[in-house]
Design a protein around this ligand. Structure first.
Ligand code: SAM
Length: 286
């Protein structure tokens, strides 16, 4: 005898009481992390527009928009508390580890930490003697200075390491990003190190930059890549100053540095990996 065909069980409609678990009114708000990340992205966009404009009134208006977002202090707070996707708290840990492995210092390493905010990154490492600078210092022991204005110390007081952790991506002027890499040479003792950190998305998801391309840029700028490692959010590079190329001194220290370390390759904004979803992070060098 043929078995009676079973009616498929009707799915029960899921009815949630309004205004309680499923109600729009009580639905959990989007986590503030998203809002913070948006603020940071807007801040970066404004910073790039400020770098591009030559009109003083427009620059003031753009600065006012940054202030309305909370200004640099908001940016730094997000950076410290981790609202930004580019949180850098973990970056000092990696640099301290690789520097110790590599150098096994018996006297404290002189380290210039650029963009140090509150100057806490290296507090727990007794074998590191940090000097902290920031455009907008958030603690008295952090010097208020633009890296480009920081005085170059005498030769015997130059730094073993210059830290550029999450700083290049802050700079709105794309050419200044490359200049920053060249500028760092002035502060280094011979064969000293630069510790470079960027949000991973800057190399992993950009139309204009890849790991290979960044390697080529830093090599042209006069550094060997000694260590490179990515975390879930950051790309971290320990660079070592190359031995200077033979060249005549220039009229200024920066000119001399360029002749000594820069191989002259020009890096322009060139699409490397197309994709509408990709970001447009870029470093120019010339
Ligand atoms: C995202 S925070 C980086 C914080 C920290 N270094 C880290 O890794 O988490 C960027 C900081 O760089 C600073 N900064 C940007 N350009 C700078 C410059 N030219 N000279 C000094 N500080 C700069 C900003 O003021 C900001 O506090």
């Amino acid at each position: 005898m043929a078995e009676p065909t079973k009616k498929p069980a009707r799915k029960k409609r899921l009815i949630r009481p309004r205004g309680r678990r499923g109600g729009v009114k009580n639905r959990k708000k989007t986590p503030t992390v998203n809002a913070h990340a948006q603020h940071i992205a807007q801040y970066h966009t404004l910073e790039k527009q400020i770098a591009r404009t030559t009109d003083a009134a427009e620059r003031d208006a753009l600065r006012a928009q940054q202030q309305a977002l909370g200004g640099l202090a908001m940016y730094q707070d997000q950076s410290n508390t981790g609202g930004a996707t580019e949180r850098g708290g973990e970056s000092a840990k990696w640099s301290a580890k690789v520097l110790k492995e590599l150098l096994q210092p018996d006297t404290p390493l002189r380290l210039l930490d650029v963009g140090a905010i509150a100057g806490t990154a290296y507090a727990k490492y007794r074998w590191i003697a940090p000097t902290y600078i920031d455009l907008n210092p958030r603690a008295p022991h952090v010097h208020a200075s633009d890296f480009f204005d920081w005085p170059v110390p005498p030769l015997d007081e130059r730094y073993d390491v210059v830290g550029l952790s999450l700083v290049l991506n802050f700079v709105g002027d794309l050419a200044k990003r490359g200049e920053m890499l060249l500028h760092a040479h002035q502060y280094l003792r011979p064969n000293g190190y630069v510790y470079l950190v960027l949000p991973l998305a800057c190399v992993a998801n950009s139309r204009y930059l890849t790991h290979e391309h960044l390697r080529a840029i830093v090599e042209s700028a006069g550094y060997d890549v000694v260590r490179q490692d990515d975390s879930a959010r950051l790309t971290r590079w320990l660079l070592q100053q190359r031995t200077p190329r033979h060249s005549k001194p220039g009229n200024t220290l920066l000119e001399t540095i360029r002749r000594q370390f820069y191989d002259g390759t020009v890096y322009k904004k060139r699409e490397l990996v197309p994709g509408a979803q990709r970001n447009n992070f870029c470093i120019l060098l010339s």
